[in-house]
Design a binder for this molecule. Sequence first.
Ligand code: E4P
Length: 218
Amino acid sequence: MKFFVDTADVQEIRDLAATGLVDGVTTNPTLIAKSGRRILDVIAEICDIVPGPISAEVAATDYETMLAEGRKLAALRPNVAVKVPLTMPGLRTCKALADDGIKVNVTLCFSANQAILAAKAGASFVSPFVGRLDDVGQDGMELIGDIVSIFDNYPLFRTEVLAASIRHPMHVTEAARLGAHVVTMPPAVLRQMVQHPLTDKGLATFMADWQKTGQSIL
Ligand code: E4P
């Protein structure tokens, strides 16, 4: 399973990338707005930090403009994955970019049929939004399971299921259990995943007992 971080905060990305646990990054217009930086600058900088796919989202909604934006974003660095919305013009843009050999992440996916369309359009990733489905009383994880099992029926589909809109560590566990290829999570969730009170307690005991030995390993 690959881990992407869902942020445009370059300092956070740098810190987490240093752990070797980050396989890619996803951004969206909200995250770019939050960064307060120009999209072209921030995406290029992120691409230079993390070698894996860096999703950069188009800002238009019509085919011609999305295609032009997608090509411009993709030209920034070879590891850009262009993010397009799951609309008919978005799927058309996905197909055109994919035909040019550009990686595409089809975003704002809320149904299995939408995911099938993204796969048909040649997407490298489809992003079902788990948390936002949970928010409206639908089980986001059920959708992840459905898409993974549907894609398993069609080995020719190359699209990876990218579980998005992750809100807490249990979402990551569940997405892994269901076989999602990728999970993109806010940095805080990745940091929460390492936490366990018994780890802290056990380590404190080991450290105290080690002090008693008076030894040093180095
Ligand atoms: C994914 O690529 C999106 O950027 C993201 O996961 C959306 O998450 P949110 O619902 O927390 O905004």
